[in-house]
Design a binder for this molecule. Structure first.
Ligand code: ADP
Ligand code: MG
Length: 328
């Protein structure tokens, strides 16, 4: 099978929303009147972002999910994406699985594959997504990292830390009972981009971003852009680890320190972290209900820069939790 047959068979689909999809030199998109385009790229490299033997359907899902998560963080509605793919060889079983996982998630979000590039080389997947955000009164309504104010609440969507738990298990660093590993592994391999929540939070949240490298590091970016600090309650944050509620969870196996390490510094969660004034608590919960995505308040924004960890009684919690950094 040649390059063009491969594109036609696995990556060419009807694109009713795009003006022009796969097959020409450019795709053509028409953003709705009164919207701005939100654009983001993410690259996945074998051995770096995924194991060589990962299920191809899960990989296709994740490759798009991490990009949709960036749109979600900005409160954008997905529109289209392009796929740049380097493949070591043509493996039709792999291609069918990969494109199946990829396009199922694309369909679920009405996000159309409109073009890309295909080349031979070490497995590498690069996706660029395009989304729309409304412009109201000449002002774009995207959620940004800047905008958090002293006194705002700090929230996180869904659950945190389970992807890291799975990663540690798959690397043989810890042992997890089978049922628990399956649950945690689903979080690592098939993350859920919080697309509906991001859109519901427009006009409610003061700042937002998605948690891809670890909560403390990512939140640090939001605090930096907003020129504020924060205090997080670790007794609330630790409850975000979904594995704790699994029947097979044996807390004695995992120290509190390790659980906090997963929640505060584990990457690959693709949840949203965001801030909103205390006066918007009802509006935040209404947005969460509308998006059918739970959100948890875990702290507050301070005027003083820096990130402080406290326990349930407000006493300082010691410890350093480093987020993932490719070049650190
Ligand atoms: P060009 O000659 O402009 O580089 P190509 O010959 O690489 O274009 O690709 C032909 C068409 O197929 C283009 O419309 C391109 O966007 C599309 N395409 C190439 N690879 C992919 C892919 N992996 N997924 C989706 N569309 C692709
Ligand atoms: Mg061309």
């Amino acid at each position: 099978m040649g390059e063009f047959d491969l594109i036609a068979r696995y990556f060419t689909r009807p694109t009713p929303r795009a003006v022009l999809g796969v097959g020409d030199d450019c795709a053509l998109l028409q953003p709705a009147p009164g919207t701005q385009l939100a654009i983001s790229s993410d690259m996945l490299v074998e051995g770096r972002h995924f194991f060589a033997d990962v299920d191809p359907g899960a990989l296709g899902h994740k490759a798009l999910a991490v990009n949709l998560s960036d749109l979600a963080a900005c409160g954008a509605r997905p529109l289209a994406f392009t796929l740049a793919l380097a493949l070591p060889r043509v493996d039709e079983r792999w291609l069918a699985g990969f494109s199946g996982g990829l396009l199922a998630l694309a369909d679920a979000h009405g996000c159309e594959l409109v073009g890309g590039d295909t080349t031979q080389g070490p497995l590498n997947i690069c996706i660029t997504v395009f989304g729309e955000v409304p412009v109201v009164g000449g002002q774009g309504r995207a959620l940004l990292r800047a905008g958090a104010r002293a006194g705002d609440d700090v929230y996180v969507s869904g659950t945190l830390g389970d992807a890291r738990l799975a990663l540690d298990a798959l690397r043989g660093r810890i042992a997890l009972p089978a049922g628990l590993l399956a649950q945690a592994r689903a979080r690592l391999e098939r993350p859920t981009p919080r697309v509906a929540l991001g859109q519901a939070l427009r006009g409610v949240a003061t700042a937002a971003l998605d948690v891809s490298d670890g909560l403390l590091g990512d939140l640090g970016h939001l605090l930096g852009k907003s020129r504020v600090g924060a205090t997080l309650d670790t007794s609330l944050a630790i409850e975000l680890l979904a594995s704790r509620a699994h029947p097979a969870w044996a807390a004695r196996l995992f120290s509190l320190k390790m659980q906090l390490e997963c929640v505060l510094a584990g990457g690959d969660d693709y949840e949203l972290a965001f801030t909103a004034p205390a006066s918007a608590r009802d509006a935040v919960q209404a947005a969460a209900r509308q998006a059918a995505t739970p959100v948890t308040r875990i702290g507050r924004i301070d005027a003083a820069p820096g990130l402080r960890l406290v326990d349930g009684q407000g006493r300082p919690v010691a410890g350093r939790y480093a987020s993932f950094d490719h070049f650190a």
